[in-house]
Design a protein around this ligand. Structure first.
Ligand SMILES: C[S@@+](CC[C@H](N)C(=O)[O-])C[C@H]1O[C@@H](n2cnc3c(N)ncnc32)[C@H](O)[C@@H]1O
Length: 241
């Protein structure tokens, strides 16, 4: 495992209540992955999956929980530092909500209609990179990353040459890096940074391709907030070449 990189976001927010604390203690360990040498995704799920996808910074988990349910044939790794977000994802996966204390049993299961196709790493994704073999993923989602709009914070932006080098390594040739953002500075930053990168190609042919989300999309919390506040999200898709 590499040295701990500096993380500038929040690790925890308001007090996590009883049901979600219970899920963090008793359910998270069942789906948690840890950094280790040569982490083979085929071994992380009960059976081999058709495709493997990574969501970096899944926030409250709405997109991850939604897409994992709609694609039971694929395996999903979600990474999030923010503990309250991880707890919320667990609530979405199990259906356990605050107030129903009788649900807080040791043998909590996934909610009806779900297969066991989500794994979680509850820390900085950069700590996981070195564990992952080349060409691990078919698709990586980076949805509404923290924009760090001030110029003096630009080096905190996730889209940067170091992270892109790792993403290029772990995404299969022909695989996809999907980046969504609503922030004008991050929109330009992403396109400028990606245009200087030789490992990825922007797939958009018309403006509809980046103005609209892909067909299999599940809205995120930050996407809803952006739309509520009058900002227009964009959905950039880059192919690993
Ligand atoms: C602005 S929020 C967006 C959350 C979610 N994707 C959404 O659209 O609602 C960005 C999230 O990325 C997470 N994050 C930022 N850097 C990360 C990293 N290096 N590893 C894992 N998570 C990270 C933060 O904790 C935060 O929850």
């Amino acid at each position: 495992m590499q040295d701990k990189p500096k993380f500038f976001g929040r690790r925890q927010g308001r007090t996590i209540r009883k049901a979600k604390s219970f899920l963090l203690e008793s359910f998270l360990p069942r789906i948690l992955i840890k950094p280790q040498d040569n982490l083979k995704l085929e071994n992380c799920f009960p059976e081999a999956k058709q495709k493997y996808c990574l969501e970096i910074g899944f926030g409250d988990g709405d997109h991850l929980a939604g897409i994992a349910k709609s694609q039971p044939e694929n395996g999903f790794v979600g990474v999030e530092v923010y503990k309250n977000g991880v707890a919320n994802l667990l609530s979405l996966l199990t259906g356990v909500k605050e107030g129903n204390d009788e649900d807080l049993k040791a043998d909590i299961t996934l909610s009806d209609g779900r297969v066991d196709n989500v794994r979680v790493f509850d820390d900085d994704v950069r700590l996981l990179f070195s564990s992952l073999p080349d060409a691990s993923f078919d698709k990586v989602f980076l949805l509404f990353p923290d924009p760090w709009p001030k110029t003096r914070h630009a080096n905190r932006r996730f889209v940067n040459p170091d992270n892109l080098k790792e993403l290029a390594r772990i995404i299969k040739k022909g695989g996809i890096l999907q980046i969504a953002t609503d922030h004008p500075i991050y929109k330009k930053w992403t396109l400028d940074t990606m245009s200087e990168n030789n490992d990825f190609r922007w797939t958009a042919k018309t403006s509809d391709d980046w103005r609209n989300p892909p067909a299999d999309w599940f809205e995120t919390k930050y996407q809803r907030k952006a739309v509520r506040e009058g900002r227009r999200p964009v959905f950039f898709e880059f192919e690993r070449i």
